[in-house]
Design a binder for this molecule. Structure first.
Ligand SMILES: [Zn+2]
Length: 132
């Protein structure tokens, strides 16, 4: 249960960094948009404190920024590949609207998932099993 693969899967599915079973969020469904940021204060399964200090998850904004940059770079690479394969006509300087509109639509579509994922990654980096 504490294998690296288990931890990675648990992180991607927004689970508790210690027991990897319970969701970090009160409503585990991402795309219902209901209580998107509402987290458990303590894990319902292992009772780990999931909010160790006030403002703990402000730092997740840095993770979110990194994920968003990675998303935009991926979109740029994908558009260049589609152009190279002849599926679309795309150049970064000649078709900026294609890049910006694709990037904005993709950012809006994945926002709820990335928002939660950034907090999940932050929790996995800084919340360890307490030495009880
Ligand atoms: Zn737990």
């Amino acid at each position: 249960m504490s294998s690296t693969k288990g931890a990675f899967t648990a992180m991607l599915s927004h689970r508790c960094p210690v027991c990897k079973e319970a969701s970090l969020y009160e409503n585990p469904a991402v795309y219902t948009f209901h209580n998107l940021g509402q987290m458990h204060r303590t894990c319902p399964v292992c009772k780990t404190n999931l909010v160790p200090e006030t403002g703990f998850y402000f730092g997740a904004a840095y993770v979110s920024w990194g994920l968003t940059v990675a998303l935009w770079v991926s979109i740029l690479v994908a558009l260049k590949v589609f152009d190279a394969m002849g599926w679309i006509e795309f150049g970064f300087l000649t078709h900026p609207v294609t890049f910006l509109s694709t990037g904005m639509v993709a950012t809006i579509l994945v926002f709820p998932y990335l928002f939660r994922l950034s907090r999940s990654i932050w929790a996995f980096m800084f919340i360890k099993k307490s030495g009880s």
